[in-house]
Structure formats: structure tokens, C-alpha cells
Design a protein. Structure first.
Lengths: 262, 138
């Protein structure tokens, strides 16, 4: 499998190569950052996940020690490493919130680059693809990928859209409003999307936002109709079955729906 | 080895060494020899390079940790400096930002709390004083 890499992803790959690593889970991330000559500490940061301050090429990276999940902390650290490798000579200060980390495609070019860097650094595409190979897509694959690369399920889903082995479309909703979507290259359907509108009433996302329902285990993958999320070719087209796996993060009131053909 | 042997032990070692020398002094021949023995030379070289790079990374990490300890003095100085700056009646953050070329990405200055500003400035001046400290030593 050959991939096209963005500039940020290429820098992530060459950084891993410089470190002598194929897979960053082989070595502690804080040691990698220190080895790249950036000062690194985990300290309490008010309302921020990470921060980098640079002066004449030297940088101090701080990651919020109070982030409750190691996987999120890890992503924040890799994100700041991305700023260090790519932007420390351009901008002396980056302060990054959870919002910046989540709004991948909306947070400005340097934040998008730092997120792309972090995703490629923590989940190298070739290794990621191998982990997906010969597996039938479903929530268990996402869980496996998240555990394998020590990242959150959110990060694993976002990577899967780009480098996974099955065509899917994902929709990010915040406070029961659709914010952005992204589809795999091979996904051949049109999503009915309008920014800031509610997700469709027949969708799992809408159900989770508006009720106290929680799906777990085998129920994580729900049967939906194509017409719930996707545009029909015409009125005569018979509706067909699709799947929706909705990752709902109640603490931040956001969801990511993964939709794929049955 | 009998006393009638034509060659001594030293001769034998010399012979082996000359063969090794001959094979290994020529990169291509060495590669051919090792491949013929069923070894994947490219993979061995690549693994070796990775190990060296990882060792370099570990050494570099230890150096950075030592540098961070040294930076404690600069951090203390920076903290006092920033306290002094912030207590000045005519202190202006926009002017300081301009003077120190401190552009903030993504977040607006207005959104930063006083504590945020202080922490940012301490980090900035720590790095600045550390550089001066290092230059002074040289």
C-alpha cells in the first residue's frame, strides 16, 4: 500500500526515522521529546492541554498533568512536538486547548499541521494499515487500534478515515449540532450535511444527544437506513441498510459518528 | 599439530586474517560474502542504524535533562524579572510583546489571564536568560 503524505506527515515520518523508531510505542514519548532537545514537563495548565514557548530555536513544552486520560495527554505531547519540529522558528508561543485538538480541520493551518504530525507520529500509516488488514471493520477494530497505538478512540477513528482499509464517512457533532465531516477516499455516497444543524433524527448521534441511552458491547454498531445520513439518488431508489458507530463523549458533549455500508 | 607440519599456528591465523581482510576491505565483496552465508545485509545495516539513532536519542535526552537542571537558575531569575516587570506602573503587555517579538498563535492576548501572562513570560525569559548564561560561559 502506498500513501500520499502531507508535509506535516512527512516531517513526522522523518522525525521518527531520525529517532531510529518505526513505532513510537517502542520508546517513552517524553524521552523522545527530550531527545529532540526540547524541554519537556507535565505541569498543571489552566484550561489548556499543551503549550510551547520558543526562543531562538530553544523550546519549553508543557503538557497539562491534569488531563485525565493518558491517551489524550500523549496526543497533546505529540501535537506540541509537531509545533516544535515545524513552527518553533515561526511562532514563539502556541497554547492549545481541547477544542484545538478536536477541531482538526477548522483550527487554522498550523494547528491542522500539528494534528497531522501527531497522528502520523503516533500512528505511522504503514504500521496502522497493517494493523487493520484482514480485519472486518467495526467498533472492535477501533478499540484494537486505540490500544495498539496508545491513543484515544477519537484519534484512532480520525486516522482510520485517512488510512484505514474500509470506506467510511465520519461526522463530528458538538452540542447536538453537526460541525464537520470527513470521508475515506473510497466512500462513494453523499452525506446530507449542514453545519450547525441537528444530526438527522434517525441517527444514533441524535438519539445519544437527546436521550440517556448508552450503547455498549455488540450494540455499539447500530443498524441505520441509508436515508438517515446519506443522500438518495432519486425518489425511486429503495432504502438500504448501513451501520453507524457513534462515539459519544458526554464530558465534552461531542460525538463522532462512523457510518459505513452494511 | 605434529612437528612435521609445514605451517605453524601463527601462519594459519595470518592466513585467516588475510582472507577476512580481503573480504571486508571491499564493501561489495563483504556484502556478497555475507549474502552467500544467508544473511540479509540491508536489514542488518538498517537495524544497526536504528539502534545507533536510538542511542543518540537517549544521550540527547540525558543532555536535555541536565540542561533543564541548569535552567533552574535562569528560571528563578526570569521569575523575579517578570514579577518586577508586572509590578511597574507603566507596564504595557502589547509593548513588551512587540519588543520581545512574542507573537501568540491562536489565542488572543485578551483571553489570557494575568497568571497565564506571567507563566508565559517566565518561560520566555527563562530561555532568554539561559541563552545569555550559555553565551557568557563560552
Amino acid at each position: 500500500m502506498t500513501f500520499k503524505f502531507s508535509k506535516a506527515e512527512q516531517i513526522a515520518k522523518s522525525t521518527l526515522d531520525d529517532c531510529g523508531l518505526d513505532d513510537p510505542t517502542q520508546f517513552p514519548l517524553n524521552e523522545i521529546i527530550l531527545g529532540r532537545k526540547a524541554f519537556y514537563e507535565e505541569v498543571p495548565l489552566d484550561g489548556k492541554d499543551g503549550e510551547i514557548v520558543s526562543y531562538h530555536g530553544k523550546s519549553i513544552i508543557h503538557v497539562n498533568s491534569e488531563i485525565p486520560f493518558e491517551t489524550r495527554k500523549r496526543f497533546a505531547a505529540a501535537h506540541e512536538l509537531g509545533h516544535y519540529e515545524m513552527h518553533r522558528h515561526l511562532h514563539p508561543v502556541f497554547t492549545d486547548t481541547e477544542e484545538v485538538m478536536m477541531n482538526w480541520y477548522k483550527a487554522g493551518p498550523q494547528e491542522t499541521e500539528a494534528n497531522e504530525f501527531a497522528a502520523e507520529f503516533l500512528m505511522p500509516s504503514e504500521v496502522f494499515y497493517k494493523e487493520c488488514e484482514r480485519k472486518k471493520f467495526g467498533p472492535d477494530v477501533i478499540e484494537h487500534l486505540a490500544n495498539r497505538f496508545q491513543v484515544s478512540k477519537t484519534a484512532a477513528i480520525l486516522k482510520f478515515v485517512k488510512r484505514g482499509n474500509h470506506p467510511v464517512v465520519i461526522v463530528y457533532c458538538k452540542d447536538n449540532r453537526m460541525k464537520w465531516w470527513k470521508s475515506s477516499e473510497g466512500f462513494r455516497y453523499f452525506l446530507e450535511f449542514e453545519r450547525d444543524k441537528h444530526p438527522p433524527t434517525g441517527s444514533v448521534a441524535y438519539e445519544l444527544f437527546t436521550t440517556t441511552k448508552i450503547y455498549s458491547g455488540d450494540e455499539l454498531k447500530q443498524d441505520i437506513w441509508k436515508s438517515d445520513w446519506l443522500r438518495m439518488k432519486n425518489d425511486d431508489e429503495p432504502d438500504s441498510r448501513f451501520f453507524e458507530y457513534c462515539l459519544f463523549v458526554r464530558s465534552f458533549n461531542y460525538s463522532i459518528s462512523v457510518i459505513w455500508e452494511k | 599439530m605434529s612437528n612435521n607440519a609445514k605451517y605453524s599456528k601463527a601462519d594459519f591465523i595470518r592466513f585467516v586474517m588475510s582472507t577476512i581482510e580481503h573480504e571486508s576491505s571491499d564493501k561489495e565483496k563483504a556484502k556478497e560474502y555475507l549474502s552467500a552465508q544467508g544473511l540479509n545485509v540491508d536489514s542488518i545495516v538498517s537495524d544497526g542504524m536504528k539502534r545507533l539513532k536510538l542511542l543518540q536519542l537517549q544521550i540527547s535526552a540525558e543532555k536535555t535533562k541536565a540542561e533543564m537542571l541548569l535552567a533552574e537558575t535562569a528560571k528563578h531569575k526570569a521569575s523575579e524579572w517578570v514579577d518586577g516587570l508586572l509590578s511597574k506602573i507603566d507596564f504595557s503587555l502589547p509593548e513588551l510583546i512587540k519588543e520581545e517579538e512574542l507573537t501568540l498563535s491562536f489565542r488572543n492576548i485578551e483571553k489570557l489571564s494575568k497568571e497565564d501572562i506571567k507563566k508565559l513570560l517566565v518561560k520566555h525569559f527563562t530561555l532568554k536568560f539561559l541563552e545569555e548564561q550559555t553565551k557568557g560561559k563560552k
